[in-house]
Design a protein around this ligand. Structure first.
Ligand SMILES: Nc1ncnc2c1ncn2[C@@H]1O[C@H](COP(=O)(O)OP(=O)(O)OP(=O)(O)O)[C@@H](O)[C@H]1O
Ligand SMILES: [Mg+2]
Length: 327
């Protein structure tokens, strides 16, 4: 029992240190090239303040998650980044160029809006050909490849009006990629999709990881955790917290939290653990333990302990901790 518990705890430690190493490697690779800079951006609509003093820097090749409650200002922020909406104050630099002063820079952005209103009369192929014709660098071969990539090649000659929501979303994804942009801005790309289609869309996004600079707006914390290198929590029009998912979860954990399940009540164990218990449900104790506490526990109370495992907060816990609900 003692040996297997020790191995379990060691494996957890190893896993965390490996992740940390990957993060450090990532940081050193992408540290120096800032691709998107949002500087002191504010946006008001009449009396409504959608954004106030928003500052954000996204590195080249980074997949940045922008999350926050309904009405937090995510869509407003990314429409400004895309140069569709003028800020009331502040500016956005794309690869060093002001998005409103250098129109050409917009061609480097592929935008998947929250509600992609696709023309419904043309076929999928015609729609992509039309959007491709707006840019110089789209070829028939690229359009064919894109249709295959999003799994719609077999329906290329069907009118968009005959497509399901998931198919339209995948076509909208292809539309955002038609000019091979190096920046992708995705506003809730998996919203309302069935689990299999959502997974497929997440796979598309993964294929661009590290190759394109991506902003992903999502309400799904598992999705942000799975895909994003860094996440920014937007609330009330400003960033209230940002960081790497692992780092944010670790920070919330405040030291090491363990779930200890015991076989039977042992008064001396309870006496020892009482200052360390965060919560208790029968024989299941949630405790904040230092490494030396674990060694002591394993040596002294081995016969009483059924299992020990670390508990890591989820990104949803981080969301709850730093944001205050929808507007
Ligand atoms: N065109 C507009 N006119 C007036 N108010 C607007 C406009 N666009 C956005 N807003 C307001 O700005 C605030 C932020 O809206 P925004 O759509 O950016 O939020 P969001 O974070 O994308 O929300 P959701 O998660 O629901 O998509 C809201 O209070 C919204 O009502
Ligand atoms: Mg939105």
């Amino acid at each position: 029992m003692f040996t297997s518990l020790s191995i379990h705890v060691t494996l957890i430690t190893f896993h965390l240190s490996t992740l940390q190493h990957t993060n450090n490697l990532y940081k050193s690779l992408f540290k120096y090239h800032s691709m998107i800079k949002i500087q002191n951006v504010a946006k008001t609509f009449g009396t409504i303040t959608a954004l106030s003093n928003l500052n954000l820097e996204i590195r080249k090749g980074e997949l940045f998650g922008l999350v926050g409650p309904n009405g937090a200002g995510k869509t407003t922020a990314i429409r400004i980044v895309c140069g569709i909406l003028h800020p009331t104050q502040g500016r956005v630099l794309i690869d060093g160029h002001d998005v409103f002063e250098n129109i050409k820079i917009k061609e480097r952005i592929g935008y998947l809006p929250e509600e992609p209103n696709l023309y419904t009369r043309p076929t999928a192929l015609e729609l992509l050909q039309y959007f491709g014709s707006l840019y110089g660098n789209s070829t028939p071969q690229r359009i064919e490849e894109l249709l295959k990539f999003v799994g719609l090649y077999h329906r290329k000659d069907s009118k968009v009006e005959t497509f399901s929501k998931g198919m339209r979303q995948r076509l909208a994804f292809a539309r955002a990629l038609v000019h091979d942009p190096d920046i992708l801005i995705l506003d809730e790309p998996t919203m309302g999709l069935d689990p299999a289609t959502a997974k497929r869309v997440r796979q598309f996004i993964k294929t661009f990881k590290g190759k394109k600079t991506i902003i992903l707006c999502t309400h799904y914390m598992e999705e942000a955790d799975e895909l994003c290198d860094r996440v920014g929590f937007l609330d009330g029009g400003t960033i209230v917290k940002e960081g790497e998912p692992l780092q944010l979860k670790e920070e919330l954990r405040k030291g090491s939290t363990y779930e200890v399940i015991i076989n039977h009540n042992d008064p001396s164990l309870f006496e020892w653990v009482k200052d360390k218990v965060i919560s208790q449900e029968g024989t299941r104790l949630i405790c904040a333990l230092a490494p030396e506490d674990i060694s002591f526990l394993l040596h002294t109370y081995e016969s009483v302990i059924f299992s020990i495992r670390t508990i890591t907060p989820t990104l949803a816990d981080v969301f709850e901790r730093y944001t205050h609900g929808s507007q």
